[in-house]
Design a protein around this ligand. Structure first.
Ligand SMILES: [Zn+2]
Length: 264
């Protein structure tokens, strides 16, 4: 792994290939292009259960292989430091022992040592059960490792504000604009996002439907932070983490605790 010790690190954890690009494509591209952050992606399934596979006349195995190849290309387009692609059963995460998922996620978090983890919010945005399970297990791993490691600081939950949700042709769960903690301006990086979506040809029909009104190509991407509150929203996933890290480096041996603003 080409992890550079001085760089900040963010790990995105999602259920299926494409989840990463929908809400975070611009964010990934921005941090990679700015050059000070290593961006890692963990995708829990190969997306083999998509109904698009049947339309293409593919077996689940073939669809899984096709989407695996596509997500590897996505990682290359964004310039990710590393892609972790696991093989948990698509659309069946609820049938698994959550400890099994937690163990797999925890192992990769310990390997990457990210300051920030990104995943779904509690409602999973689309409401897909895989997304909801993913949120729950990632949050569980986050709270545990935050207490026992020195690197982990923040759990950022990707979200869609109510002002943008109306552009989607299907119902999704949204956040009130004033509940959002972080707004990342991604307009200069939308070309990466467009390519990251375009290369996922096996689900092109779904992407085209969701992006019919350009909902996926908006100039900002949005996050809520677990147990933190920023008003107005910050514009950096690492906001308020850097100063403290420098201070903690100076004061060797002092305990490092998350700095929670207006904790609820
Ligand atoms: Zn998904």
């Amino acid at each position: 792994m080409a992890k550079r010790e001085h760089n900040e690190r963010v790990l995105l954890i999602f259920s299926h290939p494409d989840d990463e690009s929908y809400g975070c494509g611009g964010t990934m591209a921005k941090y990679v292009q700015e050059g000070n952050t290593d961006v890692f992606l963990l995708t829990l399934t190969r997306g083999e259960a998509s109904s698009q596979g049947q339309k293409l006349g593919l077996t689940k195995e073939q669809m899984g292989e096709k989407r695996s190849a596509e997500i590897r290309e996505v990682a290359r387009i964004y310039g990710l430091t590393e892609l972790f692609l696991l093989d948990f059963p698509d659309s069946q995460l609820e049938t698994l022992d959550p400890c099994e998922l937690e163990g797999a996620i925890s192992k990769i978090v310990k390997q990457v040592e990210p300051q920030v983890i990104i995943s779904f919010p509690p409602h999973g945005i689309s409401g897909f059960v895989d997304h909801i399970i993913t949120h729950a297990v990632v949050k569980r791993v986050f709270v545990e490792l935050r207490e026992t490691t020195r690197y982990l600081r923040r759990f950022a939950m990707q979200c869609v504000p109510d002002t943008v949700a109306g552009m989607m042709e299907r119902h999704i769960h949204t956040e009130l604009v004033d509940k959002i903690d972080c707004r990342i301006h991604v307009e200069p990086y939308l070309e990466f996002k467009r390519r990251g979506l375009e290369v996922q040809k096996s689900i092109a029909e779904v992407i085209a439907r969701d992006n019919a009104n350009n909902a996926l190509m908006q100039p900002n991407e949005y996050y809520r932070f677990f147990k933190e509150r920023f008003v107005p929203p910050v514009e950096d996933l690492f906001a308020n983490l850097r100063a403290r890290r420098r201070a903690s480096n100076r004061g060797a041996g002092t305990s490092v605790r998350p700095w929670r603003i207006g904790s609820t």
